[in-house]
Design a protein around this ligand. Structure first.
Ligand SMILES: [Zn+2]
Length: 189
């Protein structure tokens, strides 16, 4: 059993440590089925529920003790289904783009923020193209994300720039596969 020790940018990705989380009364939602996810190296990615901070949905992409690729999900029942689906695909994207096997860039540095922005973009494109998300579902994702980021204490500028990126991606003509291919090519992977 893994335990999450860090929570991510916007409570989505455990690559970024969160601060103290205020306790809050939470709605409880059914946990969604995980999406298909295969890494850039062709390995399957398993999704596993783990314990985390209550009331805050989070994900983490990593290899487990046996080297298997996993996405660890915690607190998912606290998040609306659209946001759960977004977190799954965001974490999957870290496996698809090669992030998981690369040295972690300095926290909150430009390289790290770029990895997060790309993962957000892949996630929202998959929701648009594979799950048929429309503007209303997009808003469910960004509203939940904004609420969690605010709770964690991110400044408004971080929240709004992240959401602008997601909205911009949603309006793109390209798809997730093209973005992943471009990212891998940039990295020589
Ligand atoms: Zn991430």
């Amino acid at each position: 059993m893994h335990r999450l020790t860090a929570v991510s940018l916007a409570a989505v990705c455990a690559w970024m440590t969160g601060g103290g989380f205020p306790a809050a009364a939470q709605d409880t939602f059914a946990v969604v089925d995980p999406p298909a996810c295969t890494s850039n190296t062709g390995e399957p990615v398993a999704f596993e529920a783990v314990e985390g901070r209550s009331g805050l949905a989070a994900g983490m992409a990593r290899r487990d003790g046996e080297g298997r690729r996993v996405v660890l999900r915690s607190g998912f029942s606290a998040a609306p289904p659209a946001f759960q689906q977004f977190i799954d695909r965001h974490e999957c994207a870290h496996h698809q783009t090669g992030d998981v096997d690369m040295p972690h860039p300095p926290r909150n540095g430009p390289e790290h923020l770029m990895n997060e922005a790309v993962a957000d973009c892949i996630a929202i494109l998959r929701l648009r193209d594979e799950e048929g998300y429309d503007e209303a579902r997009l808003k469910e994702v960004t509203a939940a994300l904004a609420a969690d980021m605010a709770r964690i204490g991110f400044p408004e500028i971080s929240v709004s720039s992240r959401i602008r990126n997601i909205e911009g991606c949603f309006a793109k003509t390209g798809d997730a596969a093209q973005l992943i291919a471009a990212r891998l090519q940039e990295r020589g992977l």
